[in-house]
Structure formats: C-alpha cells, structure tokens
Design a protein around this ligand. Sequence first.
Ligand SMILES: Cc1ncc(COP(=O)(O)O)c(C=O)c1O
Length: 391
Amino acid sequence: MKNSTRVNHPPSAPLPADNHAVVAPIYQTVKFEFETVEETLRALRGERAGYFYTRSSNPTTRQLELTLARLQGREDCVVCASGVGVVAQTLLSLTKQGDHVLGFIESYGPSRQLLRRTLGKFGVTHTLLSIEDVEGIEQLLAQRATRLVLFESPTNPVNKIADIAAISRSAHAHGALAVLDNTFAGLHQHGAFDVDIYLHSLTKFASGHGDVMGGAAIANEPLIRGLRPDFTLLGGVLDPHAAYLIQRGLKTYFVRYRAQSASAQRVAEYLAEHPAVERTRYPGLPGSPEHALARAQMSDFGAIVTFDLRGGAEAGRRFAEALRLFAMTASLGATESLVMPPQMLGGRDFSAEQQRLAAIGSGTVRLSIGLEDTDDLLEDIQQALAAAAGA
Ligand SMILES: Cc1ncc(COP(=O)(O)O)c(C=O)c1O
C-alpha cells in the first residue's frame, strides 16, 4: 500500500469491549459505514441501530440529545445549529399554509420576525398578544383555530412571567400545541407543566461559556419523531464538536445556573433600591408583580436582570459604556457578565400600544450576570450608575 493510500485508510485502534473512555469521544465524522448493502439499507429503514450520515444523526449529537431530554423530563430531543435555528425548524416543521400561530409581543425579537417574515411567506398567519393577557389568549384560541402557541417564560428581554399552566391548558382545550422557549429558565425548570415542546438556545446556559452555538427541541417521542425528518431536510445540523462542547458545558450547568441566579438576585435587589432606577424586573425580587407566579413555577430565577433608568436612553448609553466588567454585546447565560443598553434592545417594529406592552422603555437596560465575584459586579454597577448620572 502506498503512503497516499495509507493516510486515507489509517489503521483503527479500537477499545477493547471492557475498556471505556470516561469522556465520550467526539465522532468528528460525516459518514459511517456498514459491511454490506443489506445492513446499510436495514439501518436506513430504521430496522437496526447504527449511523449513516451526520446530518441525520451522530453518536456525539445523540448523546447530547439524550442528556437534554432527561434534564427537561421528556422522552426525546433533536438538536440543531442554533437557538433561532430550532425555533425556525420547529415552526416550519409543525405548520402548513393556512395555519394560524399565537405568539407574544414580549418575546425574543427574531422569534417574532420568524412568524411575520418567514412563516408569513408561506401563508401561515399569526397573532401577537401580551403574555399577561391570559383571558385574551383563551378567547383568541376559542375563536380561531390555532396550530400552536409559541411562548417564553421569563420573556426576553424584560423578564415577564407566563402562566404556563393556564396557557398550556387553553392551548390544549382548543387543539393547539404548547411550545415553550425555555431558554431563560433553563433545562431543569418547568418540566412538570403540560408543555408539548420545549425549545432551548444551547448557546446560553447549557454550554455556558459563550464559545459555541446550538439549539434543541425536547418533547415526548412521537413529536420528536415528527420533527426529526424536517430537521434533517432543513439541514441546520449541529456539528459533533459543538455537541461535545455543549455536553462538556452541561457538567457545570447546575453549579453555574445557581451561582449566577444568586448573584443576579443581589444585583436586582441593589438596583431596586437605587434612586436612579425607576423599575427593576427580576423574577426573584420580592414584591415585584411577577414574583408570586415566578415563585410558584421556578426554583431558580435566572441570570438576567432588566431595569429602567430614570435618565432614559442617554443614561443607558453612559451606564453601559462606563461598565468595566460587563461586555456590551448580545447573548446571555455565559460565565462573563454582559450588558445590552436601550439602543441595542429590540422592539422597534412595534405599534405604540405594543411598545407599551413590550415594556422596553427608552432607559431599559438588560444585564446577564456571569460568574465574577458579586461584590466586584456591584462595585462596577455602582460606579457606572454614578457615571450615567454625570457624577
Ligand atoms: C429566548 C431565546 N430564544 C432563542 C434565542 C436564539 O438563540 P441563538 O442565539 O442560539 O440562535 C435567544 C437568543 O438570545 C433567546 O434569548
């Protein structure tokens, strides 16, 4: 055998059957083969176990899917390349021309854009209500045949809390699927509710380190069986190396989520008392309108603290620029703290009434609290608030 052949057919170095890698290897391969045509065809027909092509499945991404399904308390999961990818692929898979979807004003901007721009192109209509309008939700679903309800809790960016039991109940009473983007609450929360499909951006708390993107849909087996062929065809596949990094991040998920929640709680309490702050939105803040519902639904309140500066947009800009420990950028749930000033928060596509319900004001700032020492973060926030006030 010539060397040019040998490098393309390297020797295998299999592990003995009784000898296991403690950390599963990354199957960084696009293709898998069987010995015979018949076994290949049996695998493709789903008559035997095995892998063929990574766009359909891969042992590294499959290990991640099984882990995520168990964390969220459902039977199965399908992963893809980003959080927005999983929202898009799920919506495209579940809807057809003539269907109607219920979405919410207080939702992640690109999810609303997917409803309007992408689904709209294919004749799928939608209505946007306020997540707090539980009666309106019930009325709309009673009046209008609806394929699915897509909602978040807490909502991005202002941390409103959805009444998950009421919304799921209304959805099911009228034949709609309850699809919860559970990115903010994380994989360990809301599993006891009668939600059909949980969506997650794995870019956030799951991976945790801000170095990899991913998305997941988690549900019972029949729903995932329905989604998987469309995910394979739409092709936003999660690379095995990214799956490995997310699996690795999950090992510290609980420690991170709880430490970040505890730190966010202190930051929220500090901001709530500060004279320059008009309103602080954090589900763990006692006395806040969302606290009772949040406490009934959640065990940890998350890392996102949103607040309104009395000084408006200019104060928000000065505050964000004065912070030293917070990166001024998108995303959330990573180990480093992040800030989004009012100028970078969405909602510019809203009518005046929708703008009011969205609660993104001229001085609204969103923080994502990382794993830095909380005292250091508070000191930084204190000096930035002083800078924002022109002190
Ligand atoms: C609630 C929510 N859903 C989905 C996404 C999209 O995730 P990704 O950035 O991984 O595409 C985000 C991102 O911020 C989000 O906050």
